[in-house]
Design a protein around this ligand. Structure first.
Ligand code: ADQ
Length: 470
């Protein structure tokens, strides 16, 4: 893109909407969405709207309750929402209907009328609040994720004619699964109210386009454009990235105790395999532990010599499927440790809490294998963080699920099928034995790729496309 064009799109005010607001004051804990969005807002100024963490209990009139705070060039707008309705929207439709559906888990999908109703009502509330905050039809509106699919449709209903883009952070299912939700036609109609629909990968993009074709009998041209009800809609993939340099710096400046632990293991010749995830059933956590147990069974030389560290932060604990995966994981870790542990060695160390990012970066660097084996994942930023965290002179090896969006970009990792426990175990064994030369060659190629497709490139390409310049 030329300088002139970049300046043209940068001149327009950016308005971002996501379910939750990022913490602009302290980006040290922020993930890809927050980093990409906050950088863009800091550069050009703009507004970020998200749900407040304060709720009200009864339907207190119809006027949106918004608290706007200005931080330099950025306005942060927190929208207070009715507690009960928010829960039906968030725990209900977003995380008990859409999340499992979009992660190919029809067995876990819950359909309840009240979920859908609340989902639409909350989106209507977001739309009303946003319409009152727009400064004109030149504002570029960028809406994030599955919580807010109907937001453009609600805004159009209020007469908002601005360019509106949508980015889906999670995977999009194939049409055969997608049409299993009774609401599939509505969801597609909603998505076709955007000017740009962005997905993580080519697979998601193809699934989205085929789902539109199946539902509405309209197809996309070779550039990803279509026309629906007189509106032009463009669909593209925009793989999200991380801020590679800042993550690498954090990993390099790791806390002293992490460094001491790493040196101790080095002296004793002990290896560490690491997994870092939200405790979500899509992340395939019990399968990873089983693969580690198979490693010990099939490659007994790793007994007492390798440890699996799994950090799994609590998430969505009010949704029953999450309570189940937690007890399943604890039982799996317990039974493997019961079988193999001795006084000097605990094979699996399992930490059920969030860890500060700087510490996390140090732990990733201190681990010889990064095990990222989700059953389905939009992108998976941990895979990219693991690469960024490594010492380029002596890097670890990434073992990556073919069902993570990141696998499309990260071909030099050891790609595995997470359903095939033996295959994952063998890949871990290969990673643990990989010679330095092969490790540095693979890591060099991966680092180059994540540096090129970083968080800045992600938002630059999305916003240029949204502004009609891409
Ligand atoms: P998530 O499903 O949350 O994101 P992921 O991409 O891995 O998955 O991002 C998780 C972020 O949280 C990473 O930055 C990671 O370091 C951090 N994190 C995870 N566990 C942690 C812990 N215990 N302590 C501290 N930090 C922790 C969704 C989609 C993904 C997509 C992203 C971004 O599901 O597929 O990659 O959005 O688009």
């Amino acid at each position: 893109m030329s300088e002139a064009k970049q300046n043209a799109s940068d001149a327009r005010r950016l308005v971002v909407v996501s379910n939750r607001l990022g913490n602009i004051r302290d980006m040290s804990q922020a993930g890809g969405l927050a980093v990409g969005v906050a950088d863009a807002l800091a550069q050009r100024g703009g507004l970020w709207l998200g749900a407040s963490d304060e709720y009200y209990d009864s339907a207190a009139g119809d006027e949106p309750l918004i608290r706007v705070e200005r931080l330099g060039k950025i306005e942060m707008a927190a929208l207070a929402l009715p507690r009960e309705e928010y829960s039906l929207y968030y725990n209900g439709y977003a995380n008990s209907t859409l999340w499992p559906l979009f992660h190919y888990r029809l067995d876990l999908v819950k359909h309840q009328r009240e979920f859908l109703q609340a989902y639409r009502q909350i989106n209507a509330r977001f739309a009303k609040a946003l319409a009152g905050l727009l400064s004109g039809n030149n504002d570029l509106i960028w809406i994030h994720d599955y919580h807010l699919i109907p937001l453009a449709a609600e805004l159009r209903r209020l007469g908002v004619g601005n360019r509106i883009g949508f980015f889906l952070h999670i995977s999009f299912p194939p049409p055969d699964l997608f049409v299993a939700t009774p609401d599939h036609e509505e969801l597609i109609d909603d998505l076709l109210q955007y000017d740009v629909v962005g997905l993580q990968t080519e697979t998601d993009l193809a699934n989205f386009r085929r789902s539109v074709e199946t539902t509405n009998s309209i197809s996309f041209d070779i550039k990803g454009a279509t026309e629906a009800k007189g509106r032009a809609v463009l669909s593209r993939s925009f793989p999200i990235g991380i801020d590679v340099d800042s993550f690498a710096r954090m990993a390099n400046d790791a806390a002293e105790d992490v460094q001491i632990d790493s040196m101790r293991r080095q002296i004793l010749g002990l290896k560490q395999i690491i997994g870092v995830d939200r405790l979500d059933y899509s992340k395939g956590l019990p399968g990873r532990m089983q693969a580690f147990a198979r490693l010990l069974e099939r490659h007994p030389e790793h007994e007492r010599a390798a440890t699996y560290l799994q950090i799994a932060s609590p998430t969505r604990e009010e949704v029953s499927a999450y309570a189940e995966i937690r007890s399943q994981l604890e039982a799996t870790a317990g039974s493997i440790n019961g079988k193999y542990a001795d006084l000097a060695w605990t094979p699996i160390r399992y930490i059920h809490r969030a860890v500060p990012r700087s510490r996390l970066a140090g732990l990733l660097r201190a681990s010889q294998v990064g095990l990222v084996a989700p059953l389905r994942d939009g992108m998976n930023l941990v895979a990219k963080e693991y690469i960024a965290a490594q010492d380029p002179g002596d890097p670890g090896v990434l073992v990556l699920s073919r069902f993570a969006g990141a696998a499309e970009e990260l071909a030099e990792s050891l790609i595995v099928n997470p359903y095939a426990v033996d295959e994952v175990a063998d890949a871990i064994a290969k990673a643990l034995k990989m010679p330095l030369e092969e490790r540095t060659a693979r890591h060099g190629a991966l680092l180059k790729r994540i540096s090129r497709n970083d968080a800045a490139e992600w938002r630059r390409s999305f916003l240029a496309t949204l502004a009609g310049e891409g």
